[in-house]
Design a protein around this ligand. Structure first.
Ligand code: SF4
Ligand code: SF4
Length: 357
């Protein structure tokens, strides 16, 4: 443990009553006590005291975490985030080469292609001081990309699109514990953004925004540009009448992406958009900052696809309880992971209702 404060923090967590586990999706989906926040803290403490014999088993537990932030949200200590400790252990796992198979494969693909999808296509369209970054997750969803492009075409301001299969914010490397690889990806991203002389960049993926605004500075990469999530952009377009939409007569449920709600604090804006489109909102039991994680992609934040499937199934069941006509989210990864229930991205729903002319 690096310092006395950190030792005190992890000891407090290891000895805590562990009530935050009731918001932890990996615990709720599996019932496995070992993956609760407090047990993870206890394992980290034991590891620091050299009590751990099964190193592979220890690191596996560190990857049985959605890095969703529910434990931080429900923590009884101010300014304590267990994920900081889990992240350091993932960095150790990477250095020692003890990664879950699926995580290792994603890192290898990233090393070859510069993104986790194994693509090599750079998109560059349009010009202007506003950018739309096509994240690797957005590029994987051509339906979403078409919807965004339809909206951008109706918007009066010029927006240049860039990204696609060739560049990635580096989040898969960050969550895999490859801190050096992540730093390089952040540097490449900074170069790609700065060479375009942009004032602000719109992004559909909340994780990209977290990386660029919060995690890049931690590795010494600073970008003096405003990053805005697409929900804020769509909200402004609708409010200012830059796009007009037909009203629908249907019910909708919104799934809050973890990072969008818990970290970027965006929960009412997507709901306002949905209501502006005429939908009646049907809320799930867990919503806003309390919404349970979709599980993310295997090898991404959670290192094991079986665990991802369990977290995923739990969230689908919770959402289906609303019996809404349409299910909407605002993160390309959430949409992909929840595809078993016909999820749409909010940009697709807006694009479907745009009035031409
Ligand atoms: S994360 Fe906070 S609330 Fe949860 S077990 Fe640790 S100290 Fe307790
Ligand atoms: S970040 Fe989420 S999945 Fe990980 S221990 Fe905390 S609540 Fe559980």
């Amino acid at each position: 443990m690096e310092n006395k404060k950190e030792l005190e923090q992890i000891t407090n967590c290891a000895l805590c009553a562990n009530m935050c586990k009731h918001g932890c999706p990996v615990y709720l989906a599996t019932g496995n006590e070992t993956v609760t926040p407090q047990k993870k803290a206890r394992l980290i403490l034991y590891e620091k005291k050299a009590f751990i014999e099964d190193e592979k088993g220890f690191f596996d537990v560190m990857f049985q975490c959605a890095m969703c932030g529910a434990c931080k949200l429900n923590c009884l200590y101010d300014n304590f985030d267990l994920r900081d400790f889990i992240q350091k252990e993932r960095n150790e796992a990477f250095k020692k080469g003890i990664l879950p198979d699926e995580t290792r494969k994603r890192v290898e693909t990233f090393a070859r292609f510069g993104n986790p999808n194994g693509e090599r296509r750079l998109i560059q369209k349009g010009e202007g001081e506003i950018g739309y970054f096509i994240s690797c997750s957005t590029y994987s969803d051509q339906q979403l990309l078409k919807a965004v492009e339809r909206i951008l075409a109706k918007n009066g301001d010029h927006v240049q699109e860039f990204g696609g299969g060739d560049i990635c914010c580096g989040a898969p490397l960050y969550y895999a514990g490859d801190s050096e690889g992540f730093k390089k990806a952040a540097g490449k991203m900074k170069e790609k953004i700065e060479q375009r002389k942009l004032q602000k960049v719109i992004i559909s993926c909340p994780t990209c925004i977290k990386m660029m605004t919060e995690i890049y500075p931690e590795v010494g990469v600073h970008l003096d540009i405003e990053f805005i999530h697409i929900t804020k952009f769509l909200h402004t377009l609708l409010k200012e009448g830059k796009i007009t939409v037909n009203k629908v007569n249907a019910t909708a449920t919104f799934h809050d992406p973890c990072i969008l709600a818990k970290e970027l604090g965006i929960t009412t804006i997507p709901r306002d958009i949905i209501k502006m489109l005429g939908f009646e909102l049907k809320e799930p039991i867990y919503l806003g900052k309390e919404a349970h994680c979709c599980g993310g992609v295997p090898g991404g934040r959670i290192g094991d696809s079986k665990l991802v499937s369990k977290v995923n199934a739990m969230r689908i069941n919770e959402l289906k309880e609303t019996a809404a006509d349409v299910y909407i989210s605002a993160c390309p990864t959430c949409k992909a992971v929840l595809s078993d229930m016909d999820m749409k991205d909010i940009a697709e729903v807006v694009a479907e209702q745009i009035i031409d002319g």
